[in-house]
Design a protein around this ligand. Structure first.
Ligand code: UDP
Ligand code: MG
Length: 335
């Protein structure tokens, strides 16, 4: 993996897009304006779009944009790998300077780049956008997000700031650190928190997406939460142990009581309801503990396969006249 040159004149906007043909036409001019402005300030500004296996016109739109603007680099993955992998692919390709991560749906305003760069100049490494308003998000999404951040704050020692997403600027050394984390199950907010360094929030108003639909439904959010908790805490495993101890203590107590009762008053073979209750209770507790272990085991299995995080279909660097179809080698580092 190439070392990132500690070049504080380069800034790359990294944008993962999956089926964003509706939103991109509104975002692309804003990106161009931001690049122009950054260039005006003496920065070497680039944009790197990652097409995460889109099935609509996203790739064609991006290619048109790259044709018109030599500062735009494109990366296309071989299929949809999910936002985390797509972002990782993009960040792996930032060779110099800092990276500013944005969503393709216009929810993260590219116009804010000067604030991010100013903090970077002050010596911060992880400058993250903190949402002060979340219009367009329902009560359920807000409440579940609140509950999730409280839970993960309790369970994990890795700081995961709430109301922060992937919208952030990473300094060259934060970027290098992030690139050294190659786990398959990538809970990005946790990974950003894990690397540490100097962090600072920048409050911003997160508007609704400009067009198109959110890719994250309730089920995906639930899985996202599971990813976060299992990736950054083993507390559920410990909980299973304590639950086991508590159940065993209860069972021993109850067993003693049953034996004493039989010795004192004989046993007229009653107690089907209590027997049933005990069996069901123990069965339930055991299955819950097994399921918890299974969640971790499954993730270990995935990690142990050591598959690449993503595969590249096409890589088109900035200033390129033609794109390179990829050979299919892991992580695409050899191009
Ligand atoms: N995205 C992606 N791959 C996916 C799903 C989403 O690259 O499998 C991108 C998407 O194009 C957008 C960003 O991730 O740029 C955030 O997605 P979305 O707006 O759907 O999520 P939300 O903002 O609702 O959490
Ligand atoms: Mg969005």
């Amino acid at each position: 993996m190439p070392e990132i040159a500690p070049d504080d004149r380069c800034l790359t906007l990294v944008i993962a897009a999956f089926d964003e043909a509706e939103a991109l036409p509104r975002l692309l001019p804003r990106i161009t304006t931001a690049l122009d402005a950054a260039q005006g300030e003496g920065l070497q500004a680039r944009a790197l779009f990652v097409d995460d296996g889109s099935r609509d016109g996203t790739w064609a739109l991006l290619q048109a944009c790259a044709r018109d603007d030599s500062r735009v680099a494109l990366l296309r993955l071989s299929r949809n790998f999910g936002k985390e992998a797509a972002l990782t692919a993009g960040l792996d390709r930032v060779e110099r300077g800092a990276a500013l991560i944005l969503d393709a749906d216009g929810q993260d305003p590219p116009e804010l780049w000067p604030q991010f760069v100013a903090k970077w100049r002050e010596g911060f490494d992880d400058i993250y956008g903190m949402r002060v308003a979340r219009p367009g998000e329902g009560v359920f999404k807000r409440a579940s997000a609140h509950g999730f951040y409280r839970l993960i704050g309790l369970l994990s020692r890795t700081p995961v700031p709430r109301d922060a997403g992937d919208f952030r600027l990473l300094s060259p050394r934060a970027l290098a650190a992030l690139r050294s984390l190659r786990e398959r199950h990538r809970f990005m907010k946790g990974l950003f928190g894990w690397i540490g360094y100097n962090r600072i929030p920048i409050p911003y108003e997160r508007g609704p997406r400009v067009a198109g639909r959110s890719k994250f439904n309730v089920w995906r959010l639930w899985n996202f939460a599971l990813e976060g908790i299992t990736g950054f805490s083993t507390a559920p495993l410990r909980l299973a142990t304590y639950l086991g101890f508590a159940t065993a203590a209860l069972a021993f107590g109850y067993g003693g009581w049953v034996i004493a009762k039989a010795l004192l008053w004989g046993d007229p073979v009653a107690g089907w309801p209590s027997l049933m209750a005990v069996i069901l209770f123990l069965g339930g507790v055991q299955l819950m503990a097994l399921g918890t272990i299974g969640e971790y085991l499954g993730r270990m299995y995935e990690e142990s396969k050591q598959r690449p995080l993503y595969l590249i279909d096409t890589w088109q660097p900035a200033n390129a006249l033609s794109s390179v179809r990829h050979s299919g080698m892991a992580d695409g580092q050899e191009v």
